[in-house]
Design a protein around this ligand. Structure first.
Ligand SMILES: Nc1nc2c(ncn2[C@@H]2O[C@H](COP(=O)(O)OP(=O)(O)OP(=O)(O)O)[C@@H](O)[C@H]2O)c(=O)[nH]1
Ligand SMILES: [Mg+2]
Length: 692
């Protein structure tokens, strides 16, 4: 069987942590005979959560490809982690899917993470459906969960199914379109229970109305009092789901294997085929985005959405084919980087198992080992007709930890191990902080960074200690300034001469730095301008207040002078750097601190404690939304105050709260904080000087 644009579904499973995505994937693989032994998350035996870190923590950490075949269609399930630290994996998975299943736990209902993944799906305009899972659990309630879903995401979310029974008595589902009940693990067709007739009728009414509304012909027929046929309803619902106007709500239990066949049928019936999903490619200017109809004809265009590092097999590259066909043992062109790549054996991955394939066609997802220059986000294509697929946008890592190798041996291996770990995960970065001489590993949250450290130990044998690092303050100016520096030395032989006049201007927050050249009449010869810029750029690495990097300024070099013999690039670099420092000092410099958006969800009765704690953290509360006994508090707070919020929240709420943290912007730090930081930095410097 060849799978391509018509007979594939790429479906991402999304949810708040623990709603049951991995269990659901596992039972689907089992029911479709892709695996013969059913694993369990709690035993660490699922196909998806095979990584030792995942087994130990009983959560998913990496996205996993879990393909199966249902009714002659390849369903490429992508299981994602629900834990918010691993959002990078979720982003990548969302990007290469045409449809999403949002799993909601019938007992916990809509959670912070549910809202977050809804937003990702919304942003990507992914047609989606809800699966209300764990109907067998104590406290499960389908109707309460539906109410929450509708309250949060709108009336376009409508039940397509109703549960038969609930909690320990959960037996099956009623399909409101087909008007059939299916019970038990074999999804046996059964009578709709008499006690449910009224309920079924009223929910069917709502569903039919929602479907009819999207099509003039259907609504006419419906309002005329005519019954819509099952065919009309099914194709109407498909159209409604694909266009995002209806989000059907399904129900079941992954652990009890109930509702699974209907879920699979719905994926095939209502979620789009790759054929219907326009491909986003970069225009020739590399900026504008063009939409192209997908095709299995050349040229090839495949997007790399994940890279995993393995100490033994090396690098494994995951890609999604959008255009054309990719062949095993062939040559392709990395159109993002402009370089040739040799493709060896192609694979289809299912968890950790690899199945070799000869080719992969547009619409499909696979992997290849040992690519040379390709990294996540690149396009593999053809040299004659290069297409570049819009790269995936990953969230910026903001949670930083300083990495301290424990022994000399660890230190020696640290650089390589970090590089491999970072290559594997685009939401991890490493850099060396020039001020503190700390090696900083940045990620999305504490768990993310801790997992990375564990991985370094497990995969590369590097043992490190992770410490909370200093806050990445920045500096800027608040007033325009002009400054001049003449670097002049007349020693015995060859002298030194460079003379630069700069104009400094402050830019809006988030603009970064600009350098412009405004020299007229050749007072500084052209060939020295890059040297001036180098000096300026160098100077901006350390501001004049507390030595933090300078941002949001425009620096113009507008005048200067030179000496025909004594001038050199290094002299102009020094002059540029020194002039900048003078300008910064005159420009009313201020300290900027990173401000985070924080969204805290806690049971109502903790609201007071949370607010007073936030208050001590210099937070600004923007809003509070009570929902079903919970309160969602939205605020902004300086990073310096919330670097360890996870720990504080846990102790305030006994683990009942959850929160999300995202970088918002930089803001001027209040004077008392600025003074404290400056004093701390001076003390540090003095200490260093003493040691030296
Ligand atoms: N009772 C019941 N428990 C379930 C069901 N589905 C999953 N669970 C349990 O819920 C817990 C979490 O399930 P997972 O499948 O790991 O959930 P997940 O969404 O993959 O979690 P993350 O990967 O952390 O986001 C496990 O203990 C499962 O056994 C279900 O249908 N009924
Ligand atoms: Mg999981």
């Amino acid at each position: 069987m060849q799978y391509g644009l018509e007979n594939i579904r790429n479906v991402v499973f999304l949810s708040h942590s623990g709603a049951g995505k991995t269990s659901l994937s596992e039972i689907i693989l089992f029911d479709t005979a892709a695996i013969s032994r059913l694993g369990r998350v709690d035993d660490g035996s699922t196909t998806s959560d095979y990584d030792p870190d995942e087994i130990r923590r009983k959560i998913s950490i990496n996205l996993k490809m879990l393909p199966c075949v249902w009714k002659e269609t390849r369903v490429n399930i992508i299981d994602t982690p629900g834990y918010s630290d691993f959002v990078g994996e979720v982003r990548a998975a969302v990007r290469v899917s045409e449809g999403a299943v949002i799993v909601v736990c019938a007992a916990s209902g809509v959670e912070v993470g549910t809202e977050q993944v809804w937003d990702y799906a919304e942003e990507a305009k992914l047609p989606r459906l809800f699966f209300v899972n764990k109907m067998d659990r104590e406290n499960a309630s389908f109707f309460r969960t539906v109410e929450q879903i509708q309250a949060k995401f709108g009336a376009k979310c409508v039940p397509l199914q109703l549960p038969v029974g609930s909690q320990s008595d959960f037996q099956g589902i009623v399909d409101l379109l087909a008007m059939k009940a299916y019970t038990g693990t074999q999804a046996k067709e059964a009578e709709i229970p008499a006690s449910m007739q009224e309920q079924v009728k009223s929910f069917r009414e709502k569903l039919v109305e929602a479907v009819a509304e999207i099509d003039d012909k259907l609504i006419e027929k419906y309002l005329g009092g005519e019954e819509l046929t099952l065919e009309e309803l099914t194709s109407g619902l498909r159209q409604a789901v694909v266009s995002g106007r209806v989000v059907p709500i399904l129900v079941g239990s992954a652990l009890q294997n109930i509702g699974i066949a209907s879920l699979l049928d719905s994926l095939l019936s209502y979620l789009p085929r790759p054929k219907e999903h326009e491909v986003l490619v970069l225009g020739s200017d590399k900026k504008t985005v063009e939409k192209v109809a997908p095709s299995e004809e050349p040229p090839l265009a495949a997007l790399v959405f994940k890279t995993s590092a393995d100490p033994y097999v090396g690098k494994l590259t995951y890609f999604r084919v959008y255009m054309g066909v990719i062949e095993s043992n062939s040559h392709v062109w990395n159109t993002t980087r402009g370089g040739a790549e040799r493709i060896g054996q192609l694979y289809i991955l299912r968890g950790k198992t690899q199945e070799t394939v000869q080719q992969l066609r547009a619409g499909d997802i696979g992997a290849v080992a040992k690519l040379n220059l390709t990294v996540t986000g690149d396009t593999l294509g053809s040299k004659d007709k290069p297409m570049v697929i819009v790269p995936i946008s990953f969230p910026e890592p903001i949670f930083n930890k300083a990495v301290y190798p424990r022994t000399k041996a660890d230190l020696d291996k640290l650089g390589t191990a970090l590089a491999r770990i970072v290559e594997e995960d685009p939401t991890l970065r490493m850099h060396r902080d020039p001020d503190t001489a700390e090696t900083i590993l940045s990620g999305i949250g504490e768990t993310h960074v801790d997992v990375a450290a564990e991985r370094m130990l497990r995969k590369f044998g590097v043992n490190v200690e992770m410490k909370i690092p200093k806050v990445p303050y920045k500096e800027t100016i608040t007033a325009s300034a002009k400054a001049e520096h003449k670097h002049k030395k007349q020693t015995g032989g060859h002298g030194q001469y460079g003379h630069v006049l700069l104009e400094l201007e402050s830019l809006p927050r988030g603009s970064g730095c600009e350098f412009v050249e405004k020299v007229v009449g050749g007072s500084i010869p052209r060939n020295y301008i890059p040297a001036v810029e180098k000096g300026v750029v160098e100077g901006m690495k350390e501001g004049v207040l507390a030595g933090y990097p300078v941002v949001d300024i425009r620096v113009a070099v507008y005048d200067g002078s030179f000496h025909p013999v004594d001038s050199s690039e290094i002299c102009f670099k020094i002059a540029g750097e020194q002039a900048l420092k003078k300008g910064l000092a005159q420009g009313n410099p201020v300290l900027l601190e990173p401000i985070m958006n924080i969204k805290v969800r806690v049971p109502d009765n903790f609201t007071g404690d949370i607010l007073s704690d936030l208050n001590t953290k210099r937070a600004r509360v923007h809003g509070m939304n009570p929902e079903n006994g919970y309160n969602v508090i939205e605020a902004e707070a300086p990073l310096a105050e919330v670097q360890r919020y996870a720990i504080d929240l846990k102790s305030i709420t006994q683990g009942k709260g959850s929160y999300t943290l995202g970088f918002s912007h930089y803001e001027e730090a209040p004077p008392h904080i600025t003074q404290r930081i400056i004093a701390e930095r001076q003390a540090e410097k003095a200490e260093k000087a003493e040691k030296a």
